[in-house]
Ligand binder design. Structure first.
Ligand SMILES: C[C@H](Nc1nc(-c2c[nH]c3ncc(Cl)cc23)ncc1F)C(=O)NCC(F)(F)F
Length: 268
């Protein structure tokens, strides 16, 4: 029987440190070290806090959704770890050493260029385009949910609120107001609990705003040195496109991908 690479044995999963908390439970940095010689790989392990509202069923859906995604711009699923005799499970993902985009951009705000921001924006668009091909609506696209793999690669993560569109509708209507932080939500989400690829586009506009204001939401420190004024205004018009009130008139992620690619070409 071929060894199941996606099954992690709890006894070999060595806790190292906490990575963060979410509304579901927590994510921890662990080393999966079956040889017991510290040569095992580092992984991010998402543990469900059973009593924290989100139940095992939702968690199992999140695991299933992530396990079928294969894209360079989406955090990689590694597998699951069962404990307490399959009564509880953890989601094992690749560990991205540079952490969340929020922290990365703020820490590196003095030497991060417009070009690199545009590269990150383009990668997020491509990741979202891929999600759209799977009919996934992320519903929580924000800089805090983007991870940095290295100086020139970011990945979309945290599929805890993601929904799959029904086959016959291009939007998902929540039965009651969701848990996404309001600032990132499109008007139709707030007014009608309607989520779609276009409401993810609205959130992408907020991510652009976060990126180009160095994830410092207190003030709009746009990149104001004069040679960037051009990009500043072009980036600003891109954000405004994403914030078109009527979701039918909002650009798609493939439209946005092309626009950002053109801006990167123009930046040569
Ligand atoms: C609750 C957890 N929070 C955090 N995670 C990490 C992290 C570093 N490196 C990582 N590598 C793989 C993963 Cl899954 C997380 C991290 N860093 C800071 C955090 F606050 C989380 O999942 N946040 C959502 C998202 F993953 F999108 F950032």
């Amino acid at each position: 029987v071929p060894h199941d690479q996606t099954l992690f044995e709890e006894r070999h999963l060595c806790y190292i440190s906490p990575l963060g908390k979410g509304n579901f439970g927590c994510v921890e940095l662990c080393r999966y070290d079956p040889l017991g010689d510290n040569t095992g790989e580092l992984v991010a392990v998402k543990k469900l806090q059973p009593n924290k509202g989100s139940n095992l069923e939702d968690f199992q859906k999140e695991v299933k959704m992530l396990s079928v995604l294969h894209c360079d711009y989406i955090v990689k699923y590694r597998g699951v770890c069962y404990s307490m005799g399959r009564l509880s499970m953890s989601l094992v993902m690749e560990y991205l050493p540079y952490g969340s985009l929020t922290g990365y951009v703020w820490t590196n705000r003095h030497n991060i260029t417009t070009r690199r921001m545009l590269l990150f924006s383009s990668q997020i668009c491509k990741g979202m385009e891929y999600l759209q091909t799977q009919r996934y609506v992320h519903r929580d696209l924000a800089a805090r949910n983007i991870l940095v793999a290295n100086e020139s690669l970011v990945k979309i993560a945290d599929f805890g609120l993601t929904k799959v569109l029904p086959f016959d509708k291009e939007y998902y209507r929540l039965s009651q107001p969701g848990q996404s932080p309001l600032f990132w939500l499109a008007p139709e989400c707030l007014n009608e609990n309607k989520f779609s690829h276009k409401s993810d586009v609205w959130s992408f506009g907020i991510v652009l705003h976060e990126l180009f204001s160095y994830c410092d939401n207190r003030c709009l420190m746009f990149i104001l040195n004069y040679n960037n004024m051009f990009f500043c205004s072009v980036v600003y018009s891109l954000m405004k496109d994403c914030w078109t009130y009527d979701f039918d008139k909002r650009p798609s992620f493939s439209d946005l991908s092309k626009k950002v690619e053109n801006m990167i070409q123009d930046d040569r």
